[in-house]
Design a protein around this ligand. Sequence first.
Ligand code: CO8
Length: 260
Amino acid sequence: MTYSTLLYEKKDGIAVVTLNRPDKLNALNSTVYTELYDVFFSIENDPEVRVAILTAAGEKAFAAGSDIAEMQNMGPLEIQHFMATIRKASDFIYALTKPMIAVIHGYALGGGCELSLCCDLRICSEKARFGQPEINLGLIPGAGGTQRLTRLIGAAKSKEIIYTGDMIDAATALELGLVNKVVAPEKLMEEAMAWATKLAGKSGPVLAMAKMAINTAVDSDLTTGLNMETKCNALCFATDDCKEGMDAFMEKRKAVFKNK
Ligand code: CO8
């Protein structure tokens, strides 16, 4: 698959998507969001892919936000169209049935931070910097930041980050629960691949059930979430992998999952 703003590779069940506009600090324009939707649609429908990684080219940034040059002369109607393009990609990535890991070095600002929030897990370099600086441009986050950031780290800290527009460092992001793990820059991709490899060894359908249940917890009330947990578990019991997991335990051997 070839894209003008992304790189794509696949190895041993792990898909790696790389944002590739390093000269613009991987600013996210309409083409990037459209191509992100396309590549993740392919990933979702590719049975060989078990886990996806989203990373970025260049030394300085994961993504420094949505493309200000593109937005600069938009009016309300054009921005709604742009936001629909963002929404289509973001919502699809968030709901992907396969685990998604964002691998973040350098700046993850505005739409860049919001894109990482659509992933399941975030691993970053000690040098990463996060922020929602839209307030300094006279706007507010528009790629899900007021919603996904708030659900992840709570209203008070989200308000602090969004109202001030200040950046936070990797250690603060870890403390807030914005990222799962912080590692030395030279270890970033190695650690991300180790994580991805571990997840690729689990049962894909069962991971999808775990993701659906947890996403329901984020998006709804407790009763709805508990009902979803029950249904997802019932579906796990319809898989060969569930039988294999329990048989392997009883037979004191390592389970070999077949993704069925
Ligand atoms: N959009 C477009 N171009 C960008 C962006 C961006 N977000 N960020 C950086 N660039 C470009 C620069 O213009 C520059 O291009 P050129 O070399 O052609 O002049 C190149 O990338 C390198 O950037 P800098 O020279 O600025 O690099 P510095 O190291 O000096 O600074 C910073 C790095 C601090 C990250 C700085 O680039 C910066 O502040 N960038 C903008 C950060 C920002 O405000 N992000 C939020 C954008 S708005 C957003 O994401 C909204 C999402 C919701 C949209 C929905 C509709 C409302």
